[in-house]
Design a protein around this ligand. Structure first.
Ligand code: HSE
Length: 415
């Protein structure tokens, strides 16, 4: 039976869950994969008050783990610069690396893939997207031979968790605290609620399927921090669910990447995925649409992805890191057609008809509209679901709308 000696760097939610899961599932992994996993050392700058390393050796200088007799380094320190240095050092010592760190791949992916290849070592990162829900290896290996048309889904568990909790009446702040307590959110939760974490992940997937560079060119990145219960209520009235959606799609040889809150039709596959679930719809030329979903955050769910990479290392040569294309052409989000939900709050009695007149002046047709007034307040909320328009057309309208009311927002509607 093959033995794999593991060094873990980092000692947070994922690292401790990995330690526990390997100890608990060791015999299962031996039986199903004929691999004996042994954790040789942990690099941890400090202890974790929630979990003890037991008999496993703990080193305070994380770089010392590379001097131990290990077959793989598991990088779970998070962040970018130190993680990059650690991973590069591991490659120089010809030690393969498994990581769950999407930020370091986003920032340094192209460099790291080259370094891994130049040193002839494997670099695996299944858990960096959708945690342990099979995604990266599915795209890299199992779907070989397909041409990818688009990939779209919810890639941030915390955002989906917060929106789901808000649907059930909880406040944004309480839902975020809950997500943090459950180990779903990043150390800096701004990454979750401002769409940055999801942007890291869609960039990694886009690199694999479309060859876009890492770091990628700039693209639309918006989070859920401004979503309110009222937005969710209006979406519900119009038969939509609010979701944080990331997508990369190729049309006429040009790529568009984006990561933003959006309205998803209730009949859509993604709409029913609640709480910390991630979901993806992958469209290929040979198979058509493939749907996957599963837990996208949390210690155990992420540890599962790390373990699958470690076991993979034992059984095959794995370095299929996609090469970025230099001549890739991009579409601009401003040229794309989307329907939007426009929500306007105002104390003016005539706001609804004034906005309708203004929409007509800008040649924007609407599919649906409505008015909310709870009877007690003078404030009116009106909402309008537009036909497809360009963002330029929308922006020109919003510039004028600002003269009627400065209290408005827009949400993109998924096709
Ligand atoms: N903070 C991330 C999320 C963790 O909520 O999806 C998993 O990458």
């Amino acid at each position: 039976m093959k033995k794999i000696k593991i060094g873990i760097c980092g000692w947070g939610t994922v690292a401790t869950a990995l330690h526990r899961s390997i100890l608990e599932n060791k015999n299962q992994i031996k039986r199903t994969h004929q691999v004996d996993l042994e954790i040789v050392a942990i690099g941890a700058r400090r202890d974790n008050p929630k979990y003890s390393a037991g008999k496993t050796k703990v080193l305070r200088n994380i770089f010392d783990v590379l001097d131990e007799d290990i077959d793989v380094l598991v990088e779970l320190i998070g962040g970018t610069d130190d993680a990059k240095t650690l991973i590069s050092s591991s490659f120089e010592k010809k030690i393969p690396v498994v990581t769950a760190n999407k930020a370091v791949i986003y920032e340094y992916g192209d460099i790291l893939f080259k370094e891994a290849s130049n040193n002839g070592v494997d670099f695996l990162f299944e858990a960096s997207v959708c945690a342990g829900t099979p995604t990266i290896n599915l795209l890299k290996n199992d779907l070989a031979g397909n041409k990818f048309l688009s990939i779209k889904g919810m890639l941030n568990g915390t955002s989906n968790f917060i929106i789901s909790q808000m649907e059930d009446g909880m406040s944004f702040e309480d839902s975020l605290s809950f997500a943090q307590e459950n180990g779903y959110a990043e150390a800096d939760p701004t990454f979750d609620i401002e769409g940055i974490d999801a942007a890291h992940k869609i960039s990694i997937l886009s690199n694999i399927v479309f060859g876009s560079p890492l770091p990628p060119n700039e693209f639309l990145i918006e989070g859920i921090s401004n979503i309110t219960k009222q937005d969710i209520y209006i979406a519900e009235k119009l038969d939509f669910t609010v979701k944080h959606v990331s997508s990369a799609d190729m049309k006429d040889g040009k790529l568009l990447i984006r990561s933003n809150p959006a309205l998803v039709q209730k009949s859509d596959y993604l709409s029913s995925l609640k709480n910390v679930r991630n979901g993806l719809v992958i469209d290929t030329d040979l198979i058509g649409k493939i749907h996957i979903s599963g837990s996208g955050a949390g210690g155990e769910a992420t540890a599962a992805g790390v373990i699958s990479d470690i076991v993979r290392l034992a059984s095959e040569s794995t370095n299929h890191n996609a090469t970025s294309k230099e001549d890739l052409k991009y579409r601009q989000i401003s040229d794309e057609l989307f329907s939007f939900l426009i929500i306007v709050n105002s104390s003016s009695e005539n706001i609804n008809s004034d906005v309708l007149d203004m929409l007509a002046e800008h040649n924007i047709s609407i599919r649906n509209s409505g008015l909310i007034n709870d009877g007690n307040k003078s404030d009116m909320t009106c909402f309008f679901e537009t036909e497809e328009i360009t963002s330029i057309n929308l922006q020109e309208f919003l510039n004028d709308l600002d003269n009627l009311s400065s209290n408005f927002k827009t949400l993109r509607i998924e096709k």
